[in-house]
Ligand binder design. Structure first.
Ligand code: SF4
Length: 192
């Protein structure tokens, strides 16, 4: 089984609780207006990995991270490999956070989603809605998005204990990569 990934950051502190391995899957059919990642919509983009190989990449960081976070792209559009990797990650004692642009009410009865939910600690649902933009809550960009806690590992307190943060990475060829959540446009203005 393969998974198509746009990119990943093995060590980040802005994509959920604690230090995490963040994975942006490739492909999304939801197409929210104002999406920050439209280059992740194309299902033929990114890089294909064997699921076992990708699990081994995560394993090599296991002692440095609290868990993984799925972002995108839309993780549920590759739900089989996402579930398989999430299961392996939880078996390592690490946590799993999943972002989806779907509403929980629309997916909660899907058999494949229920399987993924078994290996998910926190689900954050809802598409990005430009007219509801709100950076006041941890990790989310619009007020319609919600947090669901499927295990005892975390509870609602993590929402209040964490703030939105942005990480700035500058590649050797001077490409600036911003991750996390917040007003990216304002930050780019400051950096100009
Ligand atoms: S679900 Fe996520 S990746 Fe897909 S269009 Fe919306 S914000 Fe962009």
């Amino acid at each position: 089984m393969d998974i198509r990934i746009n990119s990943y950051i093995p060590i980040t502190n802005v994509e959920g609780v604690g230090t995490r391995f963040a994975i942006w899957v490739q492909g999304c059919s939801i197409h929210c207006k104002g999406c920050a990642n439209p280059h992740m919509w194309d299902f033929d983009g990114g890089t294909s990995y064997k699921v076992e190989d990708f699990i081994n990449i995560i394993k090599s960081y296991a002692n440095k991270i609290e868990g993984i976070t799925w972002l995108g792209g839309e993780p549920l559009e590759q739900i089989e490999p996402v579930t398989k990797i999430s299961k392996a990650v939880q078996e390592l004692g690490l946590s799993v956070i999943v972002f989806t642009g779907n509403d929980y009410a629309d997916i909660k009865d899907r058999q494949d989603f229920r399987e993924l939910a078994k290996y998910t600690d926190i689900l954050i649902d809802g598409r990005y809605e430009q007219d509801k933009q709100d950076f006041s809550r941890a990790w989310v960009g619009s007020s319609n998005q919600n947090y669901y806690f499927f295990t005892d590992r975390y509870n609602e307190s993590v929402i209040y204990e964490n703030k939105n943060k942005i990480e700035v990475r500058i590649s050797p060829d001077n490409e600036v990569v911003l991750t996390g959540m917040g007003d990216f446009k304002e930050l780019m203005e400051v950096m100009r």
